[in-house]
Design a binder for this molecule. Sequence first.
Ligand SMILES: *Cc1c(COP(=O)(O)O)cnc(C)c1O
Length: 362
Amino acid sequence: MSIDKVTRWIRPSVLATSAYHVQNAAGLVKLDAMENPYTWPAEIKQSWLNCLADAEINRYPSADATVLKESLRTAFTIPADMELLLGNGSDEIIQIIMLAMAGQNTVFMAPTPTFVMYEVIAAATQARFVGIPLQRDFTLDTAALLRAIRDYQPAAIFLAYPNNPTGNLFDTRAIIDIIEHAPGIVVVDEAYHVFAESSFLDRLAHYDNLLIMRTMSKFGLAGLRLGFLAGPADWLREFDKIRLPYNINILTQLSTTFILDHIDLLNEQAAAIRHDREILCQALAAIPGIAVWPSATNFLLFRIEQGGGDRLFNGLKQAGVLIKNLHGSHPLLADCLRVTIGTPEQNQLFLEALTHISHHLT
Ligand SMILES: *Cc1c(COP(=O)(O)O)cnc(C)c1O
């Protein structure tokens, strides 16, 4: 294999980037990826398996996932006059939007730090990504954003609501200002809506450039890969042309429809996670040398003083607990780490290891 051939034909921008790194979690308490730590009671699992037994996996799945869309509409009370687009995870929806819009000189914009895939996918489409730094307290710098909107004329602005990795909900008025000044679309990414209990869904009708994106991943179905976009038909009709046929496989269609019929179970799990988040937040705040931010998600962002971020991350890993190290990813996140809310037992293991290690670091 001649590497020259590879470097000749793969785009320089691709050669220069590295693949999205997923940490190896084997044997570790996995609190790095905002997964729901709970599974389902045995009887629900059994009826799910019964429902999958008849899946015609020799056939292509429903191309427009009609049944699943109806379940989603009911479960999340999507306004009847809004269209739905499904993706293999909301990551794929971001990709569809960007592929449909990217051309020469297209700009995509987001406040940063935020969900990294906006920038990663923008780069893959050869569009320009412009990140506007949040203020030190992670609120939107509205003046800077409005200036940048005027100067760069972004095709799409992505607002994670609440934001990952900072965990906060941006100010409603600021978001409305952005929607009203945006020349293109504003995608409000509500990946954590069940933990935030706050949404822009009801505002869809007021703006012709607002789209709401959600995912089943953080709600309990990360393994299935299902995200959706709700918004005006005029936009979604165009995005749908870029979507690959059959992008939602039959097991995902059947399983998601099944569990949406038992949505109380997922809602109870989300309520338990929200409750445990507050307990863990208070416990973290009580540890000397640790500062923790309030969260509207299923994770907590915290900082260790005196440049201990990397050592704390590695110490936790050695103690068998995997979280996310954000140190070095953005100037505002120096010595910051992100922990996903797990079961009470997992949270306790994390807390004990953290208390022990931070005691030696600070
Ligand atoms: C996790 C996450 C996503 C991606 O979710 P998938 O549906 O699993 O692709 C999108 N946006 C934000 C802000 C996230 O944190």
